[in-house]
Structures are given as structure tokens and as C-alpha cells.
Design a protein around this ligand. Structure first.
Ligand SMILES: [Zn+2]
Length: 341
């Protein structure tokens, strides 16, 4: 099977200084992929900037003008933790364009699956606001491109970053052609994504929020995929699966409280690839969101690529030392709420 990746050096020019969402994150991933021999097995896909027409499918053109003006005037803070540097506007266009190109390559059959190694990340960016390290919503832009120009009419997005993908949820709340599944710590930043939130009136039930308590770990995430993600995707029958891949659920992550290990990232990617095989000709596109422990991030991304290639990936960091919180009853309640078998 051919597995593609998107990368562009401009992603390192989004200069956030000492922010946890730093250029070092992508350096850690690409260095490790080269050292462990996975890089050479992957098919490089181009990154080009998203066009204003692409962006307008999700974002208010005023947001784009604001980001551009801010970058051109030397940069600054968008919110307490979201930085715009002089090259951030261009990097954001290439990040969105990278996610779109990964999707285009998968739908064209150039590769079976692809992982866009982009930054700035995207899933918090809403119609008119950049927030939470995110400037433009890369995955929402890729999804809306696929529906407008990719020749498909139904797709699923699985967001397994530790934070709720509020921007993506907003973009498709009323779109019956998109199933949005988010697994995240709750209550937590950005505050949205309770499991009773299930989409707008036009697409009720097409938003599946799996809001998990702090200290959910490997067992809980694996059960959530089995009990909720798999049956929801089978019921929806997508023609493409997209995933917001975040590694800030790792037990060593400095920004969140979950207890996931690298071995679960391998299982998640294997599960998504198996669902894609079963439901949509193997078509799977991942795009990078968070993950702030550089070591866990590098191994998490490598475990993901190994899984897409059908190869094992030994977890060098091991499992969390703390006991994880059981979530079976919660998962059961969510399944009942969504009428899942
Ligand atoms: Zn996150």
C-alpha cells in the first residue's frame, strides 16, 4: 500500500517563539521519521497554498484579511496562546493547501492514505476566529474541498486530539454529508463538545462528541473506538475518512491530563485504516493537530505511519504509570444517546 505525506519547510517559518506549539514539533517528527527508516518508505506529496476560493468554503474572508494584515505588520498575538509571525499567513495557506493536496492525492488514487504534517494546526479555527494555536481550519478546508471538488458526497472526520475540535464541529454542524466524531478531554479547553451536543437541526446526530474525563487512558480510548467510533462510521457509510491527529492525549504531554500511550496511536491508525478499507476503498487522510511532548509526538506520528504501512511499531515510552479512569458506563450512555447498537 502507498502511504503519502505532506511536508513543506514553510511550516517552520510560522515562528511562535516559546509557545508549546513550536517549530520544534515538526523538526522532532521529521528527524525521527528519517532516523527510524519510515521516511524512505513514504511517498512525498506537494504542498501548495490554498486559494481564497478554497478558504471561503469555511472561513469569513475578513479573517483571512485580518491574518494577512497582522503578518504584514510584523505579527502579534491573536489570543493568549495564538501567535502570528511575519510568515504565519503564508504558512497557514500552505498548511490548509497541504491538507487539501493530501486529500486530492488520496481521492485521485495517487496514494491510498496520506498524513499531512502541517503547522499551524487547524481544528480550533472557526468561521471568523483564529484561536488555540490554530489560524485556518486545515481539516475542515480539506473536507469542504473534497465535497465541492473531489467528487464525493459523504465523508467522516475523526478528531482524536485531546481538545475538542470546535472549529470543525462548527463548520459542519448543519451539514448532513459530514459525520464529525471528536474524542476529547472534557471539561477542558475550549469548553465545547459535551456528549449531549450532537449537531444542528439540519444534521442532528451527525456530530458525535465523545467527551472523556481526565485520566482516560489506553483502555478507555480503545473501548471508545470499538463501542462508538467504529459503529458510527459503519452506520454513516462515508466515501472518505479524514482524521485530526493529535498526540496531546499522551501521558507525558505537558498540556493535558490523559494517559494514552504510543501503542494506542498505532491501534487508532490501524483501526481507521481498517474502517477505510471496509467502507471507502482505503481512502484515509490524516492531518496533524496538537501534541506538545516532543518525544511522544515524534513516536506518535511514527506509530501512525507504521500502522498505515501495515508495520508494527514498538512503543519505547511504555504505558502510563498512573491508573486510568474507567469510562465504560459513559461510553454506554453515549451509545444509547446516539442509538448505536
Ligand atoms: Zn490539542
Amino acid at each position: 500500500m502507498t502511504v503519502g505525506y505532506v511536508y513543506h519547510p514553510i511550516y517552520l517559518e510560522h515562528d511562535t517563539g516559546n509557545d508549546p506549539e513550536s517549530t520544534q514539533r515538526l523538526v522532532a517528527i521529521t528527524d525521527h521519521l528519517q532516523q527510524c527508516g519510515l521516511w524512505a518508505q513514504l511517498h512525498a506529496l506537494a504542498a501548495t497554498p490554498a486559494t481564497p476560493r478554497d478558504i471561503a468554503r469555511v472561513h469569513d474572508p475578513a479573517l483571512l484579511r485580518r491574518l494577512r494584515a497582522q503578518a504584514e505588520s510584523g505579527g502579534g498575538l491573536v489570543d493568549a496562546d495564538t501567535v502570528v509571525s511575519p510568515r504565519s499567513y503564508d504558512a497557514a495557506l500552505y498548511a490548509a493547501g497541504g491538507a487539501i493536496n493530501a486529500t486530492r492525492a488520496v481521492l485521485a488514487g495517487e496514494v491510498q492514505s496520506a498524513f499531512a504534517l502541517v503547522r499551524p494546526p487547524g481544528h480550533h479555527a472557526t468561521h471568523n476566529e483564529a484561536m488555540g494555536f490554530c489560524l485556518l481550519n486545515n481539516i475542515a478546508l480539506a473536507a469542504s474541498w473534497a465535497l465541492a471538488e473531489g467528487g464525493i458526497s459523504r465523508l467522516a472526520i475523526v478528531d482524536y486530539d485531546v481538545h475538542h475540535g470546535n472549529g470543525t464541529a462548527e463548520a459542519f454542524a448543519d451539514d448532513p454529508n459530514v459525520l464529525f466524531v471528536s474524542l476529547h478531554q472534557y471539561p477542558f479547553y475550549p469548553g465545547t463538545g459535551h456528549w449531549r451536543e450532537k449537531g444542528g437541526e439540519a444534521a442532528e446526530g451527525n456530530t458525535l462528541n465523545i467527551s472523556l474525563p481526565a485520566y482516560t487512558g489506553d483502555r478507555g480510548y480503545r473501548q471508545a473506538f470499538q463501542r462508538l467510533v467504529e459503529p458510527a462510521l459503519r452506520r454513516f457509510q462515508p466515501q472518505l475518512i479524514l482524521a485530526s491527529a493529535g498526540y496531546d492525549t499522551h501521558w507525558s504531554d505537558p498540556l493535558a491530563w490523559m494517559l494514552v500511550s504510543v501503542s494506542t496511536y498505532h491501534i487508532i491508525a490501524t483501526t481507521l485504516a481498517r474502517l477505510a478499507d471496509e467502507l471507502c476503498g482505503g481512502r484515509l487522510v490524516l492531518t496533524l493537530e496538537g501534541g506538545y511532548s516532543l518525544t511522544a509526538l515524534a513516536h506518535g506520528a511514527a506509530a501512525t505511519f507504521a500502522a498505515l504501512l501495515g508495520q508494527p511499531y514498538p512503543d519505547p515510552l511504555g504505558p502510563a504509570q498512573e491508573p486510568e479512569r474507567p469510562v465504560q458506563e459513559l461510553l454506554q450512555a453515549i451509545a444509547r444517546y446516539h442509538g448505536l447498537p
